[in-house]
Design a protein around this ligand. Structure first.
Ligand SMILES: [Mg+2]
Length: 264
């Protein structure tokens, strides 16, 4: 009898696992910033690009990005942003009389408008990580079911995959529109497929998200992977190396057979 270690279901995060959208993040953030803050005393917003890229791992959902740029403009120290982002973000939101929903709506509005008016330009700001599309293409032909679980709006993901000619089933893409935490979506995927957690593997680049999945009592048997090529830090790699519930995955290993993934 042939035994296989291939998972029945593989769920992947999108940004920082499949696609590197750092350039798009920054340009969308910049445009959103200019809508929210009309005092254009900062005509050099572009100069913050590198700091923004470096600090991207602190961001959990897109709406925080304009707040991150604001924090840089307000000259919060980088180290402080890195270790204390949650509080700084809340502080700026409060001081500037903003709310999450309003910033999120502005950001998605900028993106939608950009896609409608200059799709090619918008698409060109995205880079797919080397080998990832090829691997997904192969997996789509295999017995493993694929899902994308992302905090980006699903319609943006569909647009990007369509451009790459990857025939990813659209009903298997769960974006921000599902309005629930990722662990809830994973639970739903298991239920829809009548599968048990040990048959589900999940790749994500945000350690905090993996930890929240891990802490769900009914989901502890999901195989969790931190994509080390995404928006995370060496510090989080070190934490994962000491965590038996999460495996650190490199891009090189990702392209290999599933049997190489665990304890790689
Ligand atoms: Mg991600």
């Amino acid at each position: 009898m042939i035994t296989t270690t291939a998972p029945k279901i593989l769920a992947l995060d999108f940004d920082g696992v499949i696609c590197n959208g750092l350039k798009e993040y920054f340009q969308t953030t910049l445009r959103t910033y200019q809508k929210i803050w009309s005092d254009h005393s900062q005509d050099n917003l572009q100069n913050w690009a590198n700091s923004f890229y470096q600090l991207r791992p602190v961001i959990e959902t897109g709406w925080e990005m304009p707040i991150l740029l604001r924090a840089l403009v307000l000259e919060y120290e980088k180290e402080n942003i890195e270790s204390n982002w949650h509080n700084i973000c809340a502080e700026i939101v409060e001081q500037e009389n903003l709310n999450k929903q309003q910033v999120m709506t502005a950001l998605d509005g900028v993106r939608d408008h950009w896609i409608q008016t200059d799709l090619d330009n918008w698409l060109a700001l995205h880079e797919f990580y080397p080998g990832v599309l090829e691997k997904l293409g192969k997996l789509l032909d295999s017995s493993t079911l694929l899902y994308i679980v992302t905090t980006k709006e699903g319609r943006f993901v569909k647009q990007l995959l369509k451009q790459q000619n990857l025939s990813f089933p659209e009903s298997n893409i769960f974006g921000k529109e599902v309005k629930q935490p990722k662990y809830e979506t994973l639970r739903q995927i298991l239920k829809d497929n009548q599968e048990t957690p040990n048959h589900l593997w999940f790749i994500e680049d945000l350690l905090k998200t993996l930890n929240t999945v891990k802490s769900q009592e009914d989901l502890t048997e999901i195989n969790l992977f931190l994509a080390d090529w995404g928006y995370n830090t060496v510090k989080s790699h070190e934490l994962v190396k000491q965590d038996s519930a999460i495996s650190l995955l490199s891009l090189n290993t990702f392209s290999k057979d599933f049997s190489k993934w665990i304890d790689a």
